[in-house]
Design a protein around this ligand. Structure first.
Ligand code: AMP
Length: 578
């Protein structure tokens, strides 16, 4: 059957966005009204005594701020098959699994068609702005996208990661065609049961369609870096497959073999060309444009916890542009990148006022109210102030009301009357023993400073995480590093000292000086350790598409800590404050 691909009207999408953002306050009121009306019969809302009121003031007065923990009893009932109107008017039939790398295990959040629609609205908005600046021709996207395992919950609901729910939606393919970015790999590869085999075949499809590839993408930038690190290992095997037109025996999934056999024909010329290109590169610099000469840019989320991969991504991308994708979560999309000319380090995301109702808790107030044990008072979308940091609160069309997402953003400016946000960090503190407070951003800064020392020896930190070790007195910070080669003990001791020095939080430095916190410990792990951690999360139902390395391994991450501990090859203690 022929699929109907709707023509994409760039100007119309941009005009609509301009109109909506000029009137963001009214659009927010309308969006809230619609969400509350559609779900008025939901037990959760009924119990809160809104009595049909849909204005923001009544909503704030009656509906409490919640986290996932408070909603869990309701979500559990849904998962177990209670089909009454619990959180939404129409019963929920599908669940998303968030990546859950912060808490150690994936969380269930409700998914419905409205969330799919908002996903498409975000995709279309950012594509319109992106394509105005950097047009892609009709071609293909080499998209490193993967489905998680889809399964049924105890009560018979379909469950998978949010990205999987998007990829599986019947309208997804059509929508991506309209955005001129259909994936060059067949569905069997995207939905394959084995991530390693899917990745290999994505690379192979990219090479087969190399002239047509207009962009290289993934949901999160980590997957792109991971893919090209893998390419470094398997490029000769890929060339052999192309030369002979026969898929390597390492691909064992029958459906993938069948689908790939339709694409793979003996092509010695292409194999020779790729081989020559690979051998001509210096340390793989500029690999992506070399392989895909018509690619216009590399696209994926590159901010927040993806920043540590930017350096490597730039290396592979050479002169090719890096464009960060949009801002959202399994709980719902929030904002689109409508300023694609900005490099990822300066990227902002403009909130779409019609895809959810958004509130913002000022971080300063959050700190004050914590001690007073009162609820913080969030402000509305159009009331935020430039330069201030906020924690985001989401109300979405899939049964989340005043839900604290746990992300901290900074308002950088306004697009008409909607704020442009910079992602700052997850709100939870990462490293704290007593009066010290260090976030994932502080850890990133420290790791970047210390990684510069090994960069001199042409080494790189492939990935990292941290842990608070209080098993002996005084407690101390532990940083785990995986590096791509051998570094001398002297150099690594220096890195360890540098890490310790780079946590400049006054609570930390004063505690270190008085030995209330012990010397920081750098533990170097075997190559491949972070791959094992990724595999562990995949086993729990996570998808590579949404994967984020946990930046702190706490008590809820028992297995991850075990993997790390079993793979430590060297460890160093800081002498910075001796
Ligand atoms: P998940 O839990 O898998 O649904 O991932 C959602 C989380 O990923 C968000 O709450 C953010 O912490 C992070 N995230 C999503 N988009 C971005 C972005 N554009 N920049 C930085 N972090 C992001």
């Amino acid at each position: 059957m022929l699929e109907k691909v709707e023509e994409f009207n760039m100007e119309k999408v941009i005009d609509e966005f301009e109109a909506l953002t000029k009137d963001a306050e009214r659009v927010q009121r309308e969006t809230l009204r619609k969400i509350l009306e559609d779900n008025a019969s939901a037990e959760y809302l009924q119990n809160l005594g809104l009595n049909g009121r849909t204005d923001p003031e009544s909503f704030k007065a009656h509906v409490p701020l919640v986290t996932h923990k408070e909603l869990e009893p309701y979500i559990v009932r849904i998962i177990e098959g209670d089909a009454s109107s619990i959180l939404t008017g129409k019963p929920i039939t599908t669940m998303s699994l968030s990546s859950g790398t912060t808490q150690g295990k994936p969380k269930y959040v409700p998914w419905n068609d409205e969330l799919f629609e908002t996903t498409m609205q975000i995709y279309q908005t950012s594509f319109a702005f992106r394509n105005r600046e950097f047009p892609v021709k009709n071609g293909k996207a080499l998209s490193f996208i993967y489905s998680s395992k889809q399964f049924k919950t105890k009560g018979g609901l379909a469950a998978g990661t949010a990205t999987t729910n998007v990829f599986r939606n019947a309208q997804y393919k059509c929508a991506m065609k309209a955005l001129q970015s259909p994936c060059c790999s067949p569905d069997e590869v995207i939905f394959g049961p084995d991530f390693h085999q899917s990745l290999y075949c994505h690379l192979l499809c990219g090479l087969i369609f190399r002239e047509e590839v207009q962009l290289v993408s993934s949901t999160f930038a980590h997957s792109i870096v991971h893919a090209f690190r893998t390419f470094e290992q398997v490029w000769q095997e890929l060339c052999t497959d192309i030369r002979e037109g026969v898929l390597t025996s390492r691909i064992t999934v029958p459906s993938i073999r069948m689908a790939m056999s339709k694409l793979l024909k003996p092509n010695p010329e292409l194999a020779n060309l790729i081989e020559k290109k690979c051998m001509g590169l210096s340390n793989w610099y500029g690999l992506i444009p070399e392989l895909f000469p018509n690619a216009k840019y590399v696209y994926g989320i590159m901010t927040g916890s993806m920043e540590p991969y930017l350096k490597k991504l730039r290396h592979y991308a050479g002169e090719l542009l890096l464009l960060t994708a949009d801002y959202g979560s399994s709980e719902g999309w929030i904002a689109a990148n409508v300023n694609p000319k900005l490099p990822p380090e300066l990227a902002t995301y403009a909130v779409l006022p019609h895809i959810g109702y958004f509130e913002f808790i000022p971080i300063t107030e959050l700190e004050q109210t914590k001690f007073l044990c009162v609820d913080p008072q969030p402000v509305g979308l159009t009331e935020v102030k430039v330069g201030e940091e906020y924690e985001i609160v989401i109300t979405n069309p899939a049964g989340l009301y005043r839900y604290r997402l746990g992300d901290v953003v900074k308002v950088m400016g306004f697009h008409n009357s909607t704020p442009e946000l910079k992602f700052v960090r997850r709100s939870s503190l990462l490293l704290t023993i007593n009066i010290d407070k260090n976030t994932e951003k502080d850890l990133q800064i420290a790791v970047e400073a210390a990684a510069k020392l090994v960069a001199g020896d042409k080494l790189e930190v492939i990935d990292y995480t941290s842990h608070v070790d209080v098993s002996s007195e005084p407690g101390h910070y532990v940083i785990f590093w995986e590096i791509n080669g051998e570094a001398s003990d002297e150099l690594l001791s220096e890195c360890c000292n540098c890490l310790d020095k780079s946590f400049v939080d006054a609570g930390y430095t004063s505690s270190r000086k008085t030995n209330c916190i012990g010397p920081l410990e750098l533990r170097v792990v075997r190559k491949g350790t972070f791959q094992k951690i990724l595999d562990h999360f995949l086993g729990l139902g996570a998808a590579v598409s949404q994967y984020k390395t946990p930046r702190c391994v706490g008590p809820t991450h028992g297995k991850v800590l075990q993997i790390l501990s079993e793979n430590v090859v060297k460890s160093y203690l800081s002498t910075t404050f001796n």
